[in-house]
Ligand binder design. Structure first.
Ligand code: NDP
Ligand code: 2IT
Length: 446
């Protein structure tokens, strides 16, 4: 559907943000969903709420010089885009990957605004990162990089200002080095980062939260179709934090996960993925997914990332990266009888793929809803830091389940209320947008 509002917004966004196709894609998707809502609420247009939303409140770009183990000076680029603070302090992850540039950080920061709104917790939206590649670096190199990165970032963040966390390439190790440097520079021990170690301010379940939350919300979609996880064949892409804990929870609920991947290729294990083997390779040795077949000779490794979606399944959980699942993959999944797709990654399905899923009545849960469990549990970590208290594993798990239910309910209710029943992509965008838009109106033109 084309709509004058969408074309007008996109014209401006594309001119003001040249060469950032991922950001354009993310904005267009939300604009298309909310155009009808803006028609119904003239004050949203009059106060130019969407026009303000697409412009980050603050963008920070900085040099990150560091010295490698050979004594050579290396130079990377650091980013933090503080997108919107209508609902609370800026909140969002840091991505360390060679593909990171301003357009990636802006797409992720923009998505984060609406995702965070859906969590029902009081957090604004931001994202950051660097084109630094942690792969193949020693711990000391990663530490020196993180210290240099934080030496600039620390002046812009704080527990009531902006609270970064992990994303691709940033896990507990990196959060530890970043936290140590922040603590040294600020002389404070605060909840300035989430994803901290359990003994130094972290929350139970934060490591598992994105994957667990993904499975919890897909459980709701399956229940709406009168079914559950028992005996379902599941294809999961990626083999990082999100993919590993989605696999664990899906298996606990009786599903058979048959694939995992990395950017080199994917594995298929018809006996079901052996998660202990995967965790040994990925979490202990920091190795590659191809090593899985050394331990499990019955499994196969295919060196080609794209064809993972041709492995027949009932449920697909893309959990690697943006635009990893296109229209060709969507057609294949639909033809093979896939009934549900939950996005563990941010924007993994192309717009054409999303349209195909919705037209085919596949239960499609967009990343803004499906992977919201990670940042929601980060918000729970912030709460615990404010209380100077740590809740139990079961406490946090129960809260996470409650939040994922609330996310699902908001998306379905908004989809129903605005004439798109069953379209949770539209529902997530509308529900998230309305919450942020109302807060922006309440707080005036700032
Ligand atoms: P990890 O770094 O732990 O793992 C990333 C996985 O995705 C790896 O298997 C990696 O393979 C693969 N991958 C990364 N980039 C690419 C690429 N360009 N092409 C193909 N494969 C790629 O990250 P996470 O598991 O934390 O993040 C995965 C996704 O989930 C991202 O989209 C992230 O934004 C999203 N997400 C993460 C949350 C979290 O709490 N961590 C919360 C919400 C969303 P390789 O090793 O070859 O790079
Ligand atoms: O994309 C995401 O929501 C994350 N990477 C998690 C952000 C967070 O602040 O926990």
């Amino acid at each position: 559907m084309t709509h004058a509002f969408v074309e007008q917004i996109m014209g401006t966004v594309e001119v003001r943000n040249p060469g950032e196709p991922e950001f354009h894609q993310a904005v267009r998707e939300v604009a298309e969903s909310v155009a009808g809502v803006i028609d119904q609420r003239p004050e949203l247009a009059r106060l130019r709420v969407f026009e303000r939303l697409v412009e980050p409140e603050r963008q920070i770009l900085f040099r990150v010089p560091w010295t490698d183990d050979a004594g050579q000076v290396q130079v990377n680029r650091g980013f933090r885009v503080e997108f919107n603070s209508a609902l609370g302090p800026y909140k969002g992850g840091l991505r360390f990957h060679p593909s990171v540039y301003l357009g990636i950080v802006k797409f992720l920061g923009f998505e984060q605004i609406f995702k965070n709104a859906l969590t029902t917790t009081p957090i604004g939206g931001s994202k950051g990162g660097s084109d630094f590649d942690p792969k193949g670096k020693s711990n000391m190199e990663v530490m020196r990089f993180c210290q240099s990165f934080m030496s600039e970032l620390f002046r812009h963040i704080g527990p009531d200002t902006d609270v970064p966390a992990g994303d691709i390439g940033v896990g507990t190790r990196e959060i530890g080095y970043l936290f140590g440097q922040y603590k040294k520079l600020s002389n404070t021990f605060t909840g300035v980062l989430t994803g901290k170690g359990l003994d130094w301010g972290g929350s139970h379940i934060r490591t598992e939260a994105t994957g667990y939350g993904l499975v919890y919300i897909v459980t709701r979609a399956l229940a709406d179709r009168g079914t559950d996880w028992a005996g379902k064949r599941v294809v999961i892409s990626g083999s990082g934090n999100v993919a590993i804990y989605a696999t664990q929870k899906a298996q606990q609920l009786g599903a058979m996960v048959v694939t995992l991947s990395d950017s080199d290729g994917y594995i298929v294990d018809e006996d079901g993925i052996d998660l202990d083997t995967v965790r040994q390779i990925k979490e202990v040795r920091r190795g590659r997914i191809r090593e899985y077949v050394d331990a499990r000779p019955g499994a196969t490794y295919i060196e080609d990332g794209d064809s993972i979606w041709s492995v027949p399944c009932d449920v697909a959980l893309p959990s690697a990266t943006q635009n990893e699942l296109d229209d060709v993959a969507a057609r294949t999944l639909i033809a093979n009888g896939c009934i549900a797709v939950g996005e563990g990654a941010n924007m993994p399905s192309t717009p054409d793929a999303v349209d195909l899923f919705i037209d085919a009545c596949v239960s499609f849960i967009p990343g803004k809803a499906a992977n919201a469990g990670g940042v929601a549990t980060s918000a729970l970590e912030m709460s615990q830091n404010s209380l100077r208290f740590q809740w139990t594993f079961d406490d946090v798990d129960r809260r996470l389940q409650g939040i994922m239910n609330a996310v699902y309910d908001q998306c379905t209710a908004a989809a129903d209320a605005y004439g798109a029943p069953g379209d949770l992509a539209a529902g997530a965008n509308i529900a998230g947008f309305l919450k942020v838009a109302n807060a922006m109106i309440d707080q005036g033109v700032v």
